[in-house]
Design a protein around this ligand. Structure first.
Ligand code: ATP
Length: 286
């Protein structure tokens, strides 16, 4: 995918987002700028990975694009149209075209509703009035994310974390979005389930041309899925470019630091090596 030859689907220019902090007392309140003039584009069918450590402003950027956070300065253009001027009451067409998948699918599912209803409700909200049609499209969406239709009538508590994330993806994709903001969408999953979900997202992209803004702190995930990567530090994009360029030949010190941290032994890795040492000693912890 060559972003230079295609008009961008999403164009973010000099975006700034402030939060009001300081509580209820007027004299304590002030604006805290957490996104500081960032610019990037996402082409149709492309995945842009937004990485950075905790608190760097990744989710806030996603929320601004989803029109869930107010934009303090800068522009966001989607398919050639300004969306900042829409305020937080973006029209239904925009809310259908730009979907989100979050880290915790359980939080967005009603524990008392069958999971298929999450998908049929999304279709109903977006104007699909015919019940049979909603059911047909929900079943097709489940199949597209690798869930048999028997799962439609399950409760959230009857599904695994990976299956629940597939439901969340089905709910997002059933509306045929042009962009999906995936905010730490695989972070809560074990490694093999992560790989399956990433493959699923890539397959759906190859088939439909959907774009992803993939927000993650995990550089391994970004390498697997993103065409372009932007590195956020304290609300500023310090480096961006193709995934191979940024990850294999980083130019900014902060990117090098992130890469070094991602290569250092993971605490879980240290734990499993410790368990192996204990097992080798006959199962007695030192
Ligand atoms: N509603 C809010 N009000 C005030 N400050 C906020 C609000 N939401 C986030 N922040 C602050 O904005 C900064 C950026 O937060 P954000 O969640 O965008 O970062 P992030 O990079 O996504 O972090 P993480 O990876 O931990 O989710 C942080 O300092 C955070 O404390």
């Amino acid at each position: 995918m060559n972003a230079t030859t295609t008009s961008p689907l999403l164009e973010v220019r000099d975006l700034c987002v402030d939060y009001d902090v300081g509580g209820a007392l007027a004299w304590r309140r002030r604006a805290l700028r957490v996104v500081r003039g960032i610019s990037f584009t996402i082409a149709p069918g492309e995945t842009y990975g937004l990485v950075g450590e905790s608190g760097s402003g990744k989710s806030t950027t996603g929320r601004a694009i989803l029109r869930l956070a107010d934009v303090s300065a800068g522009t966001i253009t989607f398919a050639g149209s300004d969306i900042v001027g829409l305020g937080r009451t973006a029209p239904l067409s925009y809310r259908g075209a730009v979907q989100a998948v979050y880290q915790d699918p359980v939080g967005s599912l009603n524990p008392r509703h069958r999971v298929g209803q999450a998908v049929t409700d999304a279709l109903a909200r977006h104007g699909v009035t015919d019940r049979t049609e909603r059911r047909r499209r929900a079943a097709a969406a489940f199949e597209q994310v690798g869930l048999g239709t028997e799962h439609l009538t399950r409760l959230p508590s009857e599904l695994s974390g990976g299956q629940l994330q597939r439901v969340a993806i089905a709910r997002a994709l059933v509306l045929s979005p042009r962009l999906v903001v995936c905010d730490e969408a695989v972070s809560a999953l074990d490694l093999s389930t992560q790989a399956q979900i990433l493959d699923l997202l890539r397959d759906r992209q190859a088939e439909t041309g959907v774009s992803y803004l993939f927000i993650t702190h995990d550089l391994g995930v970004v390498r697997h899925i993103a065409h372009q990567v932007g590195v956020l530090r304290a609300g500023e994009l310090v480096e961006q470019g193709t995934t191979s360029r940024v990850l294999d030949a980083p130019s900014h010190e902060y990117t090098k630091k992130l890469l070094a941290a991602s290569l250092s032994p993971h605490p879980a890795g240290r734990e499993s090596r410790r368990a192996a040492r204990i097992a080798a000693r006959g199962g007695v912890a030192a």
